[in-house]
Design a protein around this ligand. Sequence first.
Ligand SMILES: Nc1ncnc2c1ncn2[C@@H]1O[C@H](COP(=O)(O)OP(=O)(O)OP(=O)(O)O)[C@@H](O)[C@H]1O
Length: 257
Amino acid sequence: MSEVVLRLSGVSFSYDRQPVLEGVDLEVAAGEFLGLIGPNGSGKSTLVRLALGRLSPDAGRVYLFGEPVEKFRKWHRIGYVSQKSNSFNLGFPATVYEVVASGLTGKLGLFRRIGAKERALIRETLERLGLSDIAGANIGRLSGGQQQRAFIARALVSRPDLLILDEPTVGVDEESVERFYRLLRRLHREEGLSILLITHDIDAVVAAADRIALLNRRIRFYGDPREFAARRGDLRPAGDGCSQPLFPPASGEEIRV
Ligand SMILES: Nc1ncnc2c1ncn2[C@@H]1O[C@H](COP(=O)(O)OP(=O)(O)OP(=O)(O)O)[C@@H](O)[C@H]1O
């Protein structure tokens, strides 16, 4: 049986008294690429915060690599690019190299210095993401696409087994978005990286992922991307009683939800 890198089992969560997630079951198997989609405010980022142990569920359990999240300590096994990375304190005078190096803090601890092994890891990661030529550039001066690659490089430098990306293509030009999906496919297919991608790029994620989860407080669909593509016009936001489909049928254009 293949390892499950992330499992949410019966997870419910409310902010104050407002329920945001109810009875969510979800897993990412080793080497799997799961696309998580859903309308604005449907609980996607909250699910990620629970998966990373930054919030505790009101009910249910979260496991990372088979361990309850509250006991999990091997954070270098997880690379995380948050929704806010692109607005990451861009006035801060950090170079691309320094941003990528900061991804090793979890592995090294805050006070251990970077040695030859770590420098090699950083160089290799910069190379892999096509950032070597701009390693010395100030992050604040780069294009959205270059910044995005720098944040992905920061998440990858500790050689994680699971990469979690929360809407990484927001504010990034079209060509960089295409390049981003090519990169994800390569990391997933050639390097066996497990990926949880939260996105509004439905067509792109349906084409790239192994499985799709559609969230709207509860999981509304969980399965094969081709089946999702065939059924997307029938999926309702609040179950069968609702007449409004959650997505229009595919039109060949990218549809934002
Ligand atoms: N810290 C918070 N305190 C109170 N309510 C919150 C907080 N964070 C999010 N919410 C609310 O919880 C609900 C789910 O938010 P969440 O950010 O998880 O959704 P999302 O699917 O990631 O949305 P989007 O696609 O817009 O990023 C929303 O109604 C949101 O307003």
